[in-house]
Design a binder for this molecule. Structure first.
Ligand code: AMP
Length: 249
């Protein structure tokens, strides 16, 4: 197992470098993780990152990091993006693409990458294809985490995150030993603003309309690897590794 990759270059953008450069891989993995919000992509990305050494690149994490900054430290586009995120709406393609283009070096990273939450629209997928072509890079596979809608909504509405170490719990499926308190660091657990019922409805609508069509986009390119996402994170991870071994990637 590799140690957790340092994501400073991705989270900060601009000229920022990672404090611990990624280990050069003989065969860096370049994967996209697709799936509805709440399906467990973030957890799988962490597990895959630890196993494959590829860096977990989440666009949602960029916006959450920006939310923690003072308003004067954010560009107007980033402030508008944070407001969209709070409402559960998608951030505009142009803002997302500007942020990813600014972080192109993360796509070239010697350790490979696991894109989580990007691309989210066909326009973003087409732009990613061009960005990668321009760097002479190709995707190994696009893993599609599939789960029935009612289970997705239940996972999202019960999700709680630690304010300290960012560990994720679920009030029923993975409850902390003491309600509201993180098992790992004792931090306070909170519900993400976009996991509240009114935002969940908006996010699911955005997913069905804009992101679900990406499965066809990548199926046509013979990159899609479907993974059923019932069960524990470990079971889903094992399924992912077998699917990668049997399918593409
Ligand atoms: P996530 O953590 O991936 O669920 O992202 C949280 C929120 O950030 C989303 O609900 C959107 O508001 C925004 N977001 C993240 N990635 C994208 C993207 N690729 N395109 C548009 N909006 C995004």
């Amino acid at each position: 197992m590799d140690t957790k990759s340092d994501r400073n270059a991705w989270l900060t953008g601009g000229p920022a470098l990672c404090n611990v450069p990624a280990e050069r891989k003989e065969r860096p993995r370049r994967l996209v993780l697709l799936g509805a919000p709440g399906v467990g992509k973030g957890t799988q990305a962490e597990l895959l990152s630890a196993s494959l050494g590829a860096c977990h690149l989440s666009t949602g994490d960029i916006f959450r990091a920006a939310k923690g900054l003072d308003a004067c430290e954010r560009t107007p586009a980033l402030t508008a993006a944070v407001d969209c995120m709070k409402r559960g709406e998608l951030v505009s393609d142009s803002t997302v693409l500007a942020l990813v283009t600014e972080r192109l070096r993360c796509l070239r990273c010697d350790g490979g990458f696991l894109l989580d939450g990007f691309p989210r629209t066909v326009a973003q997928a087409e732009a990613l294809e061009k960005l990668l072509q321009g760097q002479n890079l190709t995707l190994d596979a696009v893993i599609s985490y599939d789960l029935p809608l009612e289970q997705v909504v239940s996972r999202l509405s019960g999700r709680r995150t630690c304010a300290g170490c960012k560990a994720v719990f679920h009030v029923e499926a993975r409850p902390p030993a003491k309600p509201g308190v993180c098992d790992h660091c004792g931090g306070k657990l909170f519900q993400r603003e976009d996991d509240r019922p009114e935002s969940i409805r908006v996010r699911m609508h955005a997913y069905e309309k804009s992101t679900a069509p990406l499965a066809d986009f990548y199926r046509q390119r013979k990159l899609l690897v479907p993974v059923p996402s019932e069960g524990s994170p470990e079971e889903i991870f094992d399924r992912t590794m077998s699917a990668l071994a049997n399918g593409r990637g």
